[in-house]
Design a protein around this ligand. Sequence first.
Ligand code: ADP
Ligand code: DAR
Ligand code: MG
Length: 347
Amino acid sequence: MSDTNEYPHFPSDCKSLLSKYLTKEVYTQLKDKTTPSGFTLDEAIASGVQNSDSGIGVYAGDIESYTTFSALFDPIIEEYHGFSKTDSHISNLNPNDLKAPNPDPENKYIVSTRIRVGRNIANLPLGPAISNEQRDNVENQVSQALNALEGSLKGKYYPLDGMSEEISQKLISDHFLFKAGDRFLEAAGLNRNWPKGRGIYHNDEKTFLVWVNEEDQLRIISMQKGGDIKEVFQRLTDAISKIEEKIEFSYSEHLGYITSCPTNLGTAMRASVHIKVPNLSKDYTRFEEITNKYHLQIRGINGEHSQSVGGIYDISNKRRLGVTEVQCVQDMYDGVVQLIKREKELE
Ligand code: ADP
Ligand code: DAR
Ligand code: MG
């Protein structure tokens, strides 16, 4: 990534929040600042400058980026999350507060449920600014903590470095493993020294997984076939508290759990279902009316920037900051109940 120190050019059709809030005045104010890990404004904006189709366009290199470059991050966070610079985030990871009896006990609609959180280790740079040595240390620290897990969480850590193409492709096509970072992550410096320091932990049933050093240092994932959303949430919260006995996560009263992309701040939680709505999705306007009403995001079945296949969509909560983890899952659950109701009416 280069430090151009020149105000970037954004094409006239660029709609990123970066292009909206990086005025020449803000650029001049921030361009010579660096964070304690040496992260610069040019590095924070590189992804959105190189990818004018970005929605957001910025990544943090460390927790300090959110204060050093607050003149840029604050308005982006306020617009994306509806969360002001004086608001405080509150966390609630208690599954007992979730009201979510299985909405599809006959497994007619929900193919699978997955709930993930992003986490980063306290007092270390984030992925865009971490050194290769620090990233390898993260892998060692996290894999040691995970390999000590017992009971239903017991499993094994598999480094990507040296993993056969056949095994990694199978894990990716089964939605268990992450793909090599996309061009947005590449431009943010998140793919540096790939695949070293990256890997996946999973239990024998592949219902509990941890991605190491993808977009965040940990992506802690609970997933299973079907729609027992509460069981998936319970497993995730059990796992988070077990890991937190060994590793301190980066957290702030204001922004909650700290992540490299500002869209994941707060809970850093995405609760999703792969759901079959072939009839409802034919009327995409109606489909989006329901997802918008329940603060939901529509993705394709291979994750962000992918397409739907066979009327199956990835439906997840959009809100992450200024709401609790219970609310994130409740958002997804309440919206999915309505999607199933509407799909049934169209059958
Ligand atoms: P994240 O926000 O966790 O990074 P992505 O959109 O990058 O999610 O997708 C990561 C992987 O997780 C993809 O392979 C995607 O297909 C898979 N995935 C997401 N939700 C589900 C789900 N409910 N069931 C099965 N796989 C899922
Ligand atoms: N592609 C980037 C990231 C947006 C949110 N998705 C994440 N963090 N995976 C953009 O600015 O559009
Ligand atoms: Mg992702």
